[in-house]
Every structure is written in structure tokens, then in C-alpha cells.
Design a binder for this molecule. Structure first.
Ligand code: LLP
Length: 439
């Protein structure tokens, strides 16, 4: 935010201000939640999360029909969100034994779980096979053969699709770009690897080949790379049919739709994304003379990021004349490592009087023993002092899920607000939790 500017409270449309002049999320008073649950605190508007699920789901039904939207639980996973995703009729993308276990414990139907990952261990695959997880997105040959053996041991078949690198350069941060050849994920199209593995899999007795998957990256604003990926994938489906008689009936185009972190960010509405992708897939399928596949999308960030904030209490304020002013808060890179990992940028509001004039440029710093532990560098904020509450916006994805105990800092609680009422989704860790596995 620039000096003197007043932030539009509906920057995140689940935020507002109440008669006490306090920030609200989903109608709940953020200062009261901070008093009740302590800080740092992740707060999510569950109604907004559910609305986001419906936007995708309705668009898929309206523009395509034969499709399924999975929530990519790596963005934010806990029992509560898995139950909510299930109630909203979403499928679920999991990428580890831990995410899978969480989903199963939440009662998520195994048929609707898609298991990803470039190095699933034998134990993880066993957990999936034993629980009849519907779809394994196979990343490599080692995994495929292991799966065939596990399925044989169990006396059944496993449904698989293949992670394909469509060779697309999506314009995002290098660390979250995944569709290009030089990526640890999946099989490349150009080199023939994708064709080879699909043909081979079709000869394995305990493998049912159902489809193909690609994920070109994350926080992407442009529709074009998704459309290009869809066309290339349909070409591949056509080639496999024409050359080898292998029918691939599912096309999973991954996630990656960008969200608004900064006032200038301008994401494409998600319904419009689905509409263009649906049109492209149908047209490409017609051109290649293949039946339009079942279409799968896996949004993570765009479901939860715009529904979450993190609330911190300000402690020390250090003004270095002529240099900068550090406003230190009671959290930081342990609950939000995205600045230190990707140089990610965020907006913030004061919880009391959020529309106050922003009269000073400060740097909001964390409390870890690390100079790079910054939440927001150079942001214009109203005057801040010890005890003030600050809300960092759009933190509903890849914050709690990437949090650590660095410096032995307990992870914050997660509160979900539904119909204006808060409920605890994840308890705050205690110091005893921190030492519970120490021997
Ligand atoms: N499907 C697959 C196979 C993925 O790898 C991912 C994200 C998604 C779906 C969901 O993508 P989304 O819709 O959330 O963009 N930690 C990074 C983001 C890593 C994304 C990894 N894969 C960050 O904080 O920006």
C-alpha cells in the first residue's frame, strides 16, 4: 500500500469492518477472536471456502458436464477442511501419506481421492492400495511396478493416470513452475517417455490405465498456458489411441490458478477459466476424433488463500533513522515462510481501525533468529506500537500447511468462521507438543 492510501476492505471480499471499527472476517470480529484464541492466529472464512468450491463445481457442470473438481489439500489440510470439501462434493488431491491419512480419517470417500507425488514410498502406496484409493497419479516407472506388485499381493487392480510434462513455460516463480522438461515431476512428452510408460502400463495385469495428468505451475494469471497444455494433452490422448489402441478417458489439468495477493493483482474469474478450458478440450477432442475425456481440475490456492488471514500482535518497534522501521510481530517465517522462500508479497491491515490513514512505511518482521524472517517489506501502515493487532491478508493457502517449528515456535491455531460463528479447526501447539517426540 502507498502512503496515505486507504485499503479497500473488500480487497478480500470476506472482510469488513463492524460498529466497533474492528476488522471482521466472515462477519466475526477479528480482535475478539484474537483475544479468545491468542495470536498468531490463522482465521479462515469457511463460507468463502465453500463458495469457492461451488464456483468451480458449478462452472464445471455448466461448461463441461463430465468433470470433477478436486481440492488440492497441500494448500491447507486438516480434518475440518477435508470434511468441508467432502460436503461440497469435491474430490481430493493428496500428495503424501500424511495428507492421505488426514483425508481417510476425515471420512473422505477413497474413490474420490487422487494420490500424487514424485516419490511415494512403498508404505504410502500400501496405505493407498489397502484403503482402495481410487486413483494414483503415477510419476515414474519404479512406482508403477511397485503398484502393480502391491495390487497383485492384494488381489485386485489399481486405477492409475500418468503425470505428464507437457513442456510449457508458465510465467511464475521458478520453484513453483513444473510443466517444463527440466522438472523432477512426471514423464516428458517430447522425449517419448510418456508414450513409452503408458504403453507399458497397459501390459501390466494389475494396473488399470485411466488417464493423464499435468500441472504446469502455481499462481498463474494467464489462461493461455492452460489451454496450450489442454491441447497438447488431448493430442497425446489421440496419439495413444491411434498408435497403440490405448484409451485414456480422464484428463486432469492440475491446479495453479492465481489469486489476488496485492491490490494490483488481477486474476481471471475461476468460472471463466473453466469455460475456456472446457471449450478448448471439447474442440481439441473433436479435432483428434477422441471422445471428450472426463475433465479434472485441482485448485488449491484459489480455494483457500482468499478466505484466510493471519493475525499477529505487534511487539518491538525499532526505528533505524534514515534506514527503515522494523515492526516485529509474534509470528513470522515459522507460520508463513513464503517471503523467505519465494519473496512473496502480501497486504496487511490493522485489526482496530483498519481504514486508518497509512502514514508510515514500515517493514513487518517476524521473531525468528534469521534476518530474512520478514512478512512484508516496506508497507505503508497506520502508526503501530506494542499490543496492536495486524492482519496479513490472503494467507489461507500454503501458510499453515508450510508452517514449521523453527526456533521451537509452536504452530498457531486455525479458527474457521461459518455463519459468523467461530470454531477451532486446529489447536495451537503447546511447548509440550514441541518436545513430545524428544527422547
Ligand atoms: N495439483 C498438483 C499436482 C500440484 O502440484 C499443485 C500444487 C496443485 C494441484 C495445486 O496448485 P494451486 O491451485 O494451489 O496453485 N508452496 C507454493 C505452491 C506450491 C504448489 C505445489 N503444487 C507456494 O506457496 O506458492
Amino acid at each position: 500500500m502507498r502512503l496515505g492510501e486507504v485499503i479497500n476492505l473488500f480487497f478480500m471480499d470476506c472482510l469488513g469492518v463492524n460498529e466497533k471499527n474492528n476488522l471482521t472476517i466472515g462477519g466475526a470480529d477479528v480482535a475478539e477472536l484474537a483475544a479468545q484464541y491468542g495470536t498468531p492466529l490463522y482465521i479462515m472464512d469457511e463460507d468463502k471456502i465453500r463458495e469457492n468450491c461451488r464456483v468451480y463445481k458449478t462452472a464445471m457442470e455448466k461448461y463441461y458436464g463430465n468433470g470433477l473438481v478436486l481440492y488440492a489439500s497441500k494448500a491447507f489440510s486438516c480434518l475440518h477442511i477435508c470434511r468441508a470439501a467432502k460436503e461440497e462434493g469435491m474430490g481430493l488431491d493428496v500428495v503424501s501419506g500424511g495428507e492421505l491419512y488426514t483425508a481417510l480419517k476425515a471420512g473422505f470417500p477413497a474413490d474420490y481421492i487422487y494420490f500424487h507425488g514424485n516419490n511415494k514410498t512403498e508404505d504410502e502406496l500400501r496405505l493407498a492400495v489397502e484403503n482402495n484409493v481410487g486413483h494414483i497419479v503415477v510419476d515414474n516407472k519404479y512406482e508403477l511396478e511397485l503398484l502393480n506388485a502391491l495390487a497383485e499381493e492384494r488381489g485386485g487392480n489399481v486405477g492409475v493416470s500418468f503425470r505428464i510434462k507437457p513442456g510449457i513455460d508458465a510465467h511464475t516463480h521458478d520453484f513453483i513452475m513444473t510443466g517444463q522438461i527440466d522438472s523432477k515431476f512426471g514423464f516428458a512428452l517430447e522425449t517419448g517417455e510418456a508414450e513409452e510408460i503408458t504403453r507399458y502400463a497397459a501390459t501390466l495385469p494389475h494396473i488399470d490405465v485411466t488417464g493423464v495428468h499435468c500441472h504446469i505451475g502455481s499462481q498463474i494469471f494467464d489462461v493461455a498456458p492452460f489451454l496450450l497444455a489442454a491441447e497438447r494433452m488431448i493430442d497425446f490422448i489421440g496419439d495413444m489411441k491411434d498408435k497403440h489402441g490405448v484409451l485414456l478417458t480422464e484428463l486432469n489439468l492440475g491446479g495453479g490458478y492465481g489469486v489476488k495477493y496485492l491490490t494490483d493483482d488481477d486474476p481471471v474469474p475461476y468460472g471463466a477459466y473453466i469455460q475456456s478450458v472446457a471449450d478448448t478440450v471439447r474442440a481439441a477432442a473433436k479435432k483428434r476424433n477422441v471422445a471428450p475425456p472426463k475433465l479434472i481440475m485441482e485448485p488449491g490456492r484459489s480455494i483457500t488463500a482468499p478466505a484466510g488471514i493471519t493475525v499477529y500482535t505487534v511487539g518491538a518497534v525499532k526505528e533505524i533513522p534514515g534506514v527503515r522501521t522494523y515492526v516485529s510481530v509474534d509470528g513470522g517465517m515459522a507460520d508463513n515462510p513464503r517471503y523467505i522462500m519465494y519473496g512473496a508479497k502480501y497486504e496487511a491491515l490493522t485489526v482496530r481501525n483498519p481504514e486508518a490513514e497509512r502514514s508510515k512505511v514500515v517493514t513487518i518482521a517476524g521473531k525468528c533468529c534469521e534476518s530474512g524472517d520478514i512478512l512484508i517489506k516496506d508497507i505503508a501502515m497506520p502508526p503501530l506500537g506494542p499490543g496492536d493487532l495486524v492482519a496479513v491478508l490472503t494467507t489461507g493457502a500454503y501458510n499453515y500447511s508450510m508452517a514449521s517449528n523453527y526456533n521451537r515456535i509452536p504452530r498457531p491455531a486455525v479458527v474457521m468462521v461459518r455463519g459468523g460463528k467461530p470454531s477451532l479447526a486446529v489447536r495451537r501447539e503447546s511447548y509440550d507438543d514441541i518436545i513430545k517426540n524428544d527422547v
